[in-house]
Design a protein around this ligand. Sequence first.
Ligand SMILES: O=P(O)(O)OC[C@H]1O[C@@H](O)[C@H](O)[C@@H](O)[C@@H]1O
Length: 505
Amino acid sequence: MWPSEQKGLTFPSPPACSSGRRPDTLGPMQSNDSSASQATATSSSETEHETTTLVILGASGDLTSRLLLPGLGTLLKAEPERRIRLVGAGREELSHDDWQQLVRRTLSVGGCTDERIEQIVEAARYTQGDILGEEGSSWLRDQIEGRTVIYFALPPAITLKACEALADRPLPANVTLALEKPFGADLESARHLNRVLASMAREEQIFRVDHFLGRGTVLNLLGLRFANRIFEPVWNTDNIESIEVVFDEDLALEGRAAYYDNAGAMVDMLQSHLLLVLAMVAMEQPAKLDAVDFRDLQAHLLRSTHLWSADATESSRRARYTAGEIDGRAVPSYVDEEGVDPERGTETLAEVKVRIDNSRWANVPITLRSGKAIGEPKYRVVVHFKRVAHLPELFGDDVVPHNALTLDIKPGRIEMLVTTNGAGHRFQLEHTVLEADLPDSPVRPYGEILAGILDENPLLGVRSDVAEECWRIVTPVVEAWRAGEVPMDEYPAGSTGPEHWEQLL
Ligand SMILES: O=P(O)(O)OC[C@H]1O[C@@H](O)[C@H](O)[C@@H](O)[C@@H]1O
């Protein structure tokens, strides 16, 4: 129940000052020079911020304590002038003290100072209740005070219902809605959700969260591509043989069956994150790094992206982990994990081959892959370059194959495979690896995303048409999988995938 005394909570009034927003562009590119990321934080922290009410729906859930609040902690550490009032709501019964302790503990994971944490803890409120009822949406409207962000840290089906309940009238212009992925459960429901959102708010008030876009390493793709003469002119089908975007995790289900068993690797990762990473790898050069250009070009790229072949058996593979061991830790078979319904046929490893139908990328195969419980985790983009012409005539048939550029998404690292004369041989070639670590941003991905949301800067948010394009691309595969047209392979947890799958990379 929504306690009546919680209605119309009063908060200290916001200080009369400028909003102190970050600029509406990406700011300095991430580079090996860590002063670049510092510069953004410093310039922003020198200005004062209007108080924002951050209402988190699903405040007692895993996402809030594991990612959202620690991310906010890193942001507050980098930009301590930000003023936030935290209002949590969830189904769990949390006492005021429990909530305050949760906020204290999770913000400090992010490295925020004790004094700053205590200011936020002091004003933090929690309400237990069901957001779907009429009472819930009227409570929610009561929380709107000054600049307000409503963050739906909820499963997609609940988010949709909560939005429908809220959509009886438009929201005030000072409200931003932040939504966790996946946006909808398929193309049709994503379109429906977008229509519901559009009926109550302008697109600029809606921030669809893909925290991969808050990763400095992913944003680095733009710097790497557009600021390097050695890459920019060769970034096309004439020079590039194939591309891989891989996110193979050693994490297994980690108790997330209620969500994951309905999503699977395809929706959880490929549809929600990796297609957006691909957009960064392959989009055209923006005129400016602002929300309009950036998101127009994401949409443009994704509209040209299709499955490699209409036949899902040629364009996709799927598999599920069986019992195994990762780093000495026994992992049960996916189907034996608590909360999993084996009848649902959820995959834990998904691979899809796509093509981009434009002249820059004609005939370049692109593989997107993500798996859980993989023994050798890999989080990376690999660009394989074509061989230089006439090499066999010069060096014989056994020449080393090709150049490759690898960008590790976490931890940040780049690796370039170049071909050089082998040690002690005059004309025998071998690979030499040039590598460099990329500095980690002090602000976690969720912190970067929250900065955009709090500042009403949609640059790193997923626009409605972009979200729909991601669904459009994977839909034929999802349908073919559901119809059982593509076999479900198996791999032991801790392995690199099904034995008979030829290895990528
Ligand atoms: O590496 P990060 O930031 O935890 O991102 C990976 C995670 O991203 C989440 O969006 C997925 O739901 C998880 O399954 C995945 O593990």
